[in-house]
Design a protein around this ligand. Structure first.
Ligand code: PLP
Length: 421
């Protein structure tokens, strides 16, 4: 038994795609996986470490932490949430300096900015969100609604299509304080029309917060040009900051003076070391910091920002689109005969950096893939998320990974039998 001719040709085309990839050489900058790893298809959940990061961490211990000790705080650590935020904003978010901070987890940063936004629109009693957004966004907003006596207004988008501008226009109004949405949907990968939705929310007098967890470092974002108010995002996905690396938050300059975030820690105080009796927020982005900056957690993402700068974000996006297109083509040929469905937009301009495939057997199939060195992730109820990190993922990896998915589906006797060689 063999795959269809087109399926075999598609698998074989991976070598040519890798040979023609102008970014392929940069894959050597990453620490190789263990000998068992065949395909890492989860760079959208946790990016791989760079070789430069290994050295950077060693150097930090030997050259900075050990010799400088507490003096390090005056020699750059204290400002690192803002200096790193500026670099991240300039390179990946289209944000001018002074609007991005690196701190907390995404969940905590989301809480701080959303709570501040709702309190900055006191007459308005509604928060607009959607049922397809990441759980933490929904849960945090449930909590804020309970704390502030506001009401949640749910959009229920088509899971494949994501939230549209029309759906937002239908629910915002004079009572909307805040709209919270994801730029790239964490399951379907749908790319929202951020500029249009932001304009619609503003026309209703509301503020908008965009969750950029699945965009930062892979899909170019223009926060200033799109007139975005607030944004948050992860740095351990496409920014390769490492497990638990701190989040980033963006607050447009025009709003900073107006917003008062709720976790009033000493590091957001105008004069933290006077240690005075009451809280007085610092000016600018410093007021959105709460506690001691996670200095060690910020080291790895600097290396990835350097690499993205070297490659150019537009080139990263171009390879990302080619990788997701390749996944869709392979899935059409190798997996749909087994009943797999593609739950991501087919038009490249409407999707982010990952592809969602669905099948009733994926919950049990994915552990079997992991055992054999192919690592995507599972998202309920029956989704396999194939995450492509353009600077570390090869077309060959994608081919090997999806070929194994096809083989396991075949072994499980799902649908019509096709063997992949
Ligand atoms: C879209 C989205 N928002 C928020 C989060 C929460 O991030 P954290 O767990 O770092 O707070 C995640 C985590 O994966 C995410 O994918």
């Amino acid at each position: 038994m063999t795959t269809s001719t087109t399926g075999s040709q598609l698998l074989a085309s991976a070598a040519g795609l890798d040979a023609a990839d102008p970014l392929a050489v940069l894959r050597e900058r990453f620490v190789p996986g263990d000998g068992e790893l065949i395909a890492y298809l989860d760079g959208n959940s946790l990016g791989r470490p760079l070789i430069a990061t290994r050295e950077h961490l060693f150097r930090f211990v030997d050259d900075v932490w050990a010799p400088r000790l507490i003096r390090g705080w005056d020699e750059g650590w204290m400002d690192s949430p803002l200096t790193l935020g500026d670099a991240l904003g300039a390179l990946t978010l289209g944000a001018a300096a002074g609007q991005t901070v690196v701190a907390d987890s995404t969940t905590v940063m989301l809480y701080k900015l959303c709570r501040a936004a709702v309190c900055a629109r006191p007459g308005r009693r509604q928060i607009v969100l959607d049922t397809e957004n990441f759980p933490t966004d929904r849960y945090v907003l449930e909590g804020i609604a309970a704390e502030t006596g506001t009401q949640l207004v749910w959009i229920e988008p088509d899971p494949l299509e994501g939230v549209t501008a029309d759906e937002v226009a239908a629910v915002v109004g004079p009572d909307t304080a805040l709209v919270v949405l994801s730029h790239v949907a964490f399951k379907s990968g749908f790319l929202a029309d951020t500029p249009a939705i932001t304009r619609i929310a503003h026309a209703a007098g509301a503020l908008v917060l965009w969750d950029l967890c699945h965009s930062a470092g892979v899909v170019p974002v223009e926060l200033d040009a799109w007139d975005v108010d607030l944004a948050v995002g992860c740095t351990y996905k496409y920014l390769n900051g490492g497990p638990g690396a701190p989040a980033f938050g963006y607050v447009a300059s025009r709003l900073q003076g107006e917003l008062r975030q709720p976790v009033q820690g000493w590091m957001g105080h105008a004069e933290p070391f006077t240690m005075g009796p009451g809280y007085a927020p610092a000016t600018g982005m410093r007021r959105f910091i709460s506690g001691t900056p996670p200095v060690v957690g910020m080291l790895a993402m600097r290396d990835m920002l350097d690499l993205i700068g070297e490659a150019g974000l537009d080139a990263v996006r171009a390879k990302s689109s080619a990788l997701t297109a390749y996944v869709i083509d392979l899935a059409d040929e190798l997996l749909t005969p087994f009943g797999v469905e593609i739950a991501t937009p087919r038009e490249a301009a409407r999707r982010g950096g990952h592809v969602m495939l669905t099948h009733p057997s994926f919950r049990e199939l994915i552990p079997a893939l992991w055992e054999r060195g192919v690592i995507p992730d599972f998202r309920p109820p029956q989704g396999m998320r194939v995450g492509l990190s353009p600077l570390s993922t090869s077309f060959g990896e994608v081919a090997a990974g999806l070929a194994l998915v096809a083989r396991l589906l075949e072994e499980r006797g799902q649908g019509r039998l096709i063997s992949v060689r």
